[in-house]
Design a protein around this ligand. Structure first.
Ligand code: DX5
Ligand code: ZN
Length: 220
């Protein structure tokens, strides 16, 4: 199975963000994970479309926007215009989940649905055929550097079964507490796309860390 590493720039040095994006892509990142927080849906505040637009010319890799905002729809066209490739959102933050998925796709982006630790996968009963990515949160959203919640493994296995049953290409992404020493176990549960913030940006050599993650994934 193809594995993708998606460094979360939430843990980057924001005073040198452009350089950090270039460095992490040079280190082998497959995506740039872009965490958007609004101090309303989650208790933290980060960056918006202006910053997405600013980093867009620096890299060819897809920008994977993770919206932790409520409401969702107002800001979707702005991220599409700012060069986002994937836009994911939390179903609790949208009044009309199906409409939001269609909105994202109508703006030319791939659409992802995000599941908090306490959110059941039931939404997939209705919209799995419409989405391109399922994102399982293995921490409660809002902060980098939290500990992986083991219950996410069971949820990954359940999501993997549902995805495989469709026969469609739907990415299964995990976000929160992913490290070199647990990435293999997470992959075995079915994830193919791995967000890692502090595990990469808190190390001195991004390239060595990404390589160590890939070496773990190669063992599977
Ligand atoms: C948390 C964010 C994550 C975060 C992950 O709300 O969605 O993307 O940056 O950080 P780590 O990898 O440090 O847990
Ligand atoms: Zn995220």
């Amino acid at each position: 199975m193809i594995s993708r590493i998606a460094p979360s720039i939430l843990s980057a040095d924001f005073a040198r963000l452009g350089e950090e994006v270039r460095d992490v892509v040079a280190a082998g990142a497959d995506l740039v994970h872009f965490d958007v927080m609004d101090n309303h849906y989650v208790p933290n505040l980060t960056v918006g479309p202006l910053v997405c637009k600013a980093i867009r010319p620096l890299t060819q890799v897809p920008i994977d926007v993770h919206l932790m905002v409520k409401p969702v729809d107002r800001i979707v066209p702005d991220f599409a215009a700012a060069g986002a490739n994937i836009i994911s959102f939390h179903p609790e933050a949208s009044e009309h989940v199906h409409r939001t998925i269609r909105l994202i796709k109508d703006h030319g982006c791939k659409a992802g649905l995000v599941f908090n630790p306490a959110t059941p996968l039931a939404y997939l009963d209705e919209v799995l055929d419409e989405i391109d990515l399922v994102l399982i949160m293995s921490v409660n959203p809002g902060f980098g550097g939290q500990k992986f919640i083991p219950g996410a493994l069971r949820k990954l296995r359940a999501a993997r079964e549902r995805i495989d049953a469709t026969g469609r290409e739907i990415w299964l992404e995990i976000d929160g507490g992913v490290k070199v020493d647990n990435i293999a176990q997470i992959a075995r549960a079915g994830a193919d796309t791995f967000v890692a913030g502090s595990a990469i940006f808190d190390t001195a050599d991004y390239s060595a860390t990404v390589k160590a993650m890939r070496a773990e994934l190669a063992k599977i």
